[in-house]
Design a binder for this molecule. Structure first.
Ligand code: ADP
Ligand code: ASP
Ligand code: MG
Length: 424
C-alpha cells in the first residue's frame, strides 16, 4: 500500500462536472488500496477573478487582506471536492492550509513554507479518509495570519505535504499530458518528455514553463520527492521528475536539449546615463533589492567616452515594475541617472538542456534560428544548462516555434493535446 499525494490544478476542477470527474478518479485510487491525500487549486480562473475584483475596490489592496481573499478560492474547491468524493461512498474531509499545518514566513503574496506539521492530515488518513487540502496557502508562525505562496503555489503545497508525509509519489494533475519540450499551447508539435531531471525542470520552471512552479521543483529536489506530472483528463503516463539516476542506478540518458521555455510576465527597466564610476551599480541594485524585487537579467552598456556615462538595463517580474520604478525614482538624485524607461512588451525565450555544457555550438544554432526567423535579440543571459534571450513580446511565439524546430524537437507523429484551461 502506497501513500500518494495528488494535486489537481484549477483547470481540472473548473466546474461542478469536473469536480465530480476528479472525485471519481480519487475514489478509484483510494479503492485500489492506496492512502490518498489531495491538494486542490481554486476552480478555473477564480484566483484571477478575485484579483480583478479587489482591483475594482482599490488599486493597492493591503496584502494581508489580499491573502485572505485569495485563499477563499481554494476553500471553495476543497469542500466541494470532499462532498463529491463522499457522494461516491468514500469518506473525505477537507482542510485549510492552517489545519494541514502549513507554516510560512510572513511575506504576504509570496510566503515561503518554513515547516509542515500535518498531524491532522495523518489522523484523517489513518482513520481511512481521503484528506483534501487547500493548496497555495499557509499561516504565519507567530501571528497566525493567513498567507499565500505565490501564483501556482498549490504545486508547492503538494510537494511539501508529500515530503512531510513521506509519500511515495507526488502526482501533479493538470490539463496537458506532462512536461513537453515546449508549451503545447504554442507548439502543438511539442513532444512529451518521459523523464526529466530536477535540474532541468528547475531551469524550465524558472524560465516560465508554468506546468510546475519553481518553488515546488526546488522543494522536490531538496527532499527527493519524485514528482509525476500528468493529465487529469486522460490516463496516459506523464512525466517523471527525478534526479539523474534511474531506479537501477544507471544514469538517465540526457539529450542535449530538454526543451524551450517562454515567459511573458517580465518587464525591462533601462536606467539612462548612469555615471560610470565604482559603486553606482551596487547602489542601483541595493535600491531595487530594498523594494523586495527579484531581478533576472542585467546588461550594462559600454560607457560613452565623452560623457563617462552608461545605460544599465535589467528585467524583473512585471508585477514588481511599479515598486522598482518608484524606489529608483526616489533615489534618482543620489544615483545620478537622467531618466528611466519601463518596457513591459518584452518576451523571454530560454533553451534548456543539461547536455549543452558539453556540446559546443548550441548558442550559435539558437542565434541563427532567431535570425532566420527575423527576430531581434535584445538581451542574452546564460547558465551552465540554459541560454535565455529577450525579444519583443509579439515575436515570442514565433521565436519559440523557430527554436523548437531548429533543435529538432518537433514530434513526427501526434500533436500535443491541451484538454482544458484558458491559458490565463
Ligand atoms: P494547473 O491549473 O493544472 O495548475 P497550469 O496552467 O498552471 O495548470 O499549468 C499547465 C499549463 O502549463 C499547460 O496548460 C501549458 O499551457 C503550460 N505549459 C507551459 N510550458 C509547458 C511545458 N513545457 N509543458 C507542459 N505544459 C506547459
Ligand atoms: N489558485 C492559485 C493560482 O491560481 C494557486 C494555484 O493554482 O496553484 O495561482
Ligand atoms: Mg499551476
Amino acid at each position: 500500500m502506497a501513500l500518494i499525494v495528488q494535486k489537481y490544478g484549477g483547470s481540472s476542477v473548473a466546474d461542478a462536472d469536473s469536480i465530480k470527474r476528479v472525485a471519481k478518479r480519487i475514489a478509484e485510487a483510494k479503492r485500489a488500496g492506496d492512502d490518498v491525500v489531495v491538494v486542490v487549486s481554486a476552480m478555473g480562473d477564480t484566483t484571477d477573478e478575485l484579483i480583478d475584483l479587489a482591483q475594482q475596490i482599490t488599486p493597492l489592496p493591503p496584502q494581508r487582506e489580499m491573502d485572505i481573499l485569495l485563499t477563499a478560492g481554494e476553500r471553495i474547491s476543497m469542500s466541494l471536492l470532499a462532498m463529491a468524493i463522499s457522494n461516491l461512498g468514500v469518506e473525505a474531509q477537507s482542510f485549510t492550509g492552517q489545519q494541514a499545518g502549513v507554516i510560512t514566513d510572513s511575506v504576504h503574496g509570496k510566503a515561503r513554507i518554513i515547516d509542515v506539521t500535518p498531524s491532522r492530515i495523518q489522523q484523517a488518513v489513518d482513520a481511512g479518509a481521503v484528506a483534501i487540502v487547500a493548496g497555495f496557502q499557509g499561516v504565519t508562525q507567530h501571528t497566525n495570519d493567513v498567507t499565500t505562496l505565490g501564483r501556482g503555489g498549490s504545486d508547492t503545497t503538494a510537494v511539501a505535504l508529500a515530503a512531510a508525509l513521506q509519500a511515495d509519489v507526488c502526482e501533479i494533475y493538470t490539463d496537458v499530458d506532462g512536461v513537453f519540450t515546449a508549451d503545447p499551447r504554442i507548439v502543438p508539435s511539442a513532444r512529451k518528455i518521459d523523464r526529466i531531471t530536477y535540474d532541468e525542470m528547475l531551469e524550465m520552471a524558472a524560465s516560465g514553463a508554468k506546468v510546475l512552479v519553481l518553488r515546488c521543483v526546488e522543494y522536490a529536489r531538496r527532499y527527493g520527492v519524485p514528482v509525476h506530472v500528468r493529465s487529469s483528463f486522460s490516463t496516459h503516463p506523464g512525466t517523471l521528475v527525478t534526479d539523474a539516476a534511474t531506479e537501477e542506478g544507471a544514469p538517465m540518458e540526457q539529450p542535449i536539449i530538454a526543451g524551450v521555455a517562454h515567459d511573458r510576465s517580465e518587464a525591462k527597466i533601462t536606467i539612462v546615463d548612469v555615471p560610470d564610476v565604482p559603486g553606482k551599480a551596487a547602489r542601483i541594485f541595493e535600491v531595487v533589492a530594498g523594494s523586495g524585487v527579484n531581478l533576472d537579467m542585467i546588461v550594462q552598456n559600454v560607457s560613452v567616452a565623452s560623457t563617462g556615462r552608461t545605460d544599465i538595463s535589467f528585467t524583473l517580474p512585471a508585477t514588481d515594475g511599479a515598486a522598482a520604478t518608484a524606489a529608483l525614482t526616489r533615489h534618482q538624485p543620489d544615483i545620478g541617472f537622467t531618466s528611466l524607461q519601463y518596457d513591459d512588451t518584452i518576451g523571454k525565450l530560454s533553451l534548456i538542456g543539461a547536455g549543452m555544457k558539453s556540446h559546443p555550438g548550441v548558442s550559435a544554432r539558437l542565434f541563427a534560428a532567431l535570425s532566420d526567423a527575423g527576430i531581434n535579440i535584445e538581451m542574452i543571459s546564460t547558465s551552465e544548462i540554459r541560454i535565455s534571450v529577450v525579444t519583443r513580446a509579439d515575436q515570442l511565439d514565433d521565436a519559440v516555434r523557430a527554436v523548437h524546430t531548429a533543435f529538432d524537437l518537433d514530434s513526427a507523429d501526434e500533436q500535443a493535446v491541451v484538454y482544458g484551461g484558458t491559458g490565463r
